[in-house]
Design a protein around this ligand. Structure first.
Ligand code: COI
Length: 372
């Protein structure tokens, strides 16, 4: 059924009219799912948005039942990784409405990733309106339980079939959604991190700042080794000197040193996290000095030893605010805030999740309504 819609978004007002054909499922699977305990990214809602790129332009978007699709073994993105994804969340508010956290920022970052990977950009209208209509159709899939959400995964990949290394002329864009709980097993309990002197996540001029699958594939072996040593994740250091802290791969990282919040700067090696931006904005709004500056692992250990390192936490769409209780570097380790969540991370967590699920006031207009 074609649908015409007018969109009014909070972060920037736009009006658009696009048609999206929707073929709803005959019977929803939602009753088979425990929305209170959905895991992370394990079950997928009834529908997906699909848009094809061919003959030099994006074709008509359509919403159809979630399902498999056929590909050729020669599909170039399988071989050379020309692909990009995003991750954002929708929340059920207490008044029954459904709101999406900062979708316009995610759309902008999606297109920045596409530019780097030589993939044609997706229009804001299709991204936003597609998202909204998909969530409206699958509104029963948005968990009500506090702390849970509907995770939204837009992604695009190259679909030409050949084995030469060149940008594809055809692409497939999808948005799928999945009811989720906490990303880490630890939930809001502190995670532990270990540095690596062998592996690096990104290099200057590389793709560390964009959301492309290869970054995550390359992190699997170091993550496996970190797990074997009893750590949740790797704390990445810069590739040149192995001194400067970058990020965790699944989240950005913050250090509360005395009363100053410090986080590594966006210099092309780390992801421009939307939760990172939100934390910086909130902290500044609360009168806290935030320094986006290079910080070495040695400085963190020195500050911890001198009693100045109050809290460490990661930020991300999936991770939300994730306190860090322990960091190991070479043969030394530090425990932060007694391996407990600190008051600052807790306040950020409560404020951000409060804005997301409507318990708190959306003072910065971060939420976009998908369903009234
Ligand atoms: C997200 O936070 O949305 C991500 O894309 C990270 C991924 C590891 C789940």
């Amino acid at each position: 059924m074609p649908k015409t819609a007018t969109t009014a978004h909070n972060e920037k007002e736009t009006t658009s009219t696009i048609n999206i054909d929707a073929k709803p499922v005959e019977k929803s699977r939602v009753d088979e799912v425990d929305l209170d305990n959905p895991g992370f990214g394990e079950v997928f809602s009834d529908h997906m948005l699909s848009v094809q790129y061919k003959d030099g332009s994006w074709q008509q978007p359509e919403i159809k039942p979630y399902g498999t699709f056929e590909i050729s073994p020669a599909m170039c993105s399988l071989h050379y990784g020309q692909a990009v994804f995003e991750g954002l969340k929708a929340f059920k508010n207490q008044d029954g409405s459904i709101k999406i956290f900062r979708p316009e920022q995610h759309h902008k970052r999606f297109n920045r990733s596409c530019q780097r990977l030589c993939i044609p950009e997706m229009s804001k209208e299709v991204f936003m309106e597609g998202l909204k209509q998909l969530i409206e159709l699958d509104q029963q899939w948005v968990p009500q339980k506090q702390g849970n959400a509907l995770y939204i995964r837009p992604f695009v990949f190259a679909t030409d079939n050949y084995l030469s290394v060149k940008a594809s002329s055809s692409y497939q864009f999808f948005i799928i959604t999945s009811p989720v709980g906490a990303y880490y097993e630890e939930g809001i309990d502190p995670v532990s991190l270990i540095t690596s002197d062998k592996y690096a996540r990104s290099v200057p001029g590389g793709v560390g700042h964009v959301k492309t699958p290869g970054n995550y594939a390359a992190s699997l072996l170091p993550a496996k080794k970190a797990k074997q040593k009893g750590f949740t994740q790797v704390l990445w250091l810069d590739a040149n000197e192995r001194r400067y802290i970058e990020e965790v791969g699944t989240m950005n990282i913050f250090f509360l040193i005395d009363d100053v919040l410090v986080t590594p700067p966006l210099k092309g090696a780390i992801l421009d996290g939307i939760t990172r931006r939100s934390v910086i904005q909130l902290a500044r709004d609360w009168g806290i000095t935030v320094n986006e500056r290079p910080i070495t692992i040695d400085e963190v250990f020195e500050k911890a030893e001198a009693g100045h390192l109050r809290e460490v936490f990661g930020t991300g769409t999936a991770a939300v605010i994730s306190p860090v209780g322990k960091i190991q570097h070479k043969w030394q380790s530090i425990t932060i805030n007694d391996h407990k969540i600190g008051p600052f991370a807790q306040k950020l967590y409560d404020t951000i999740t409060g804005i997301q699920d409507g318990r708190g006031k959306d003072r910065f207009n971060w939420m976009t309504t998908a369903v009234e």
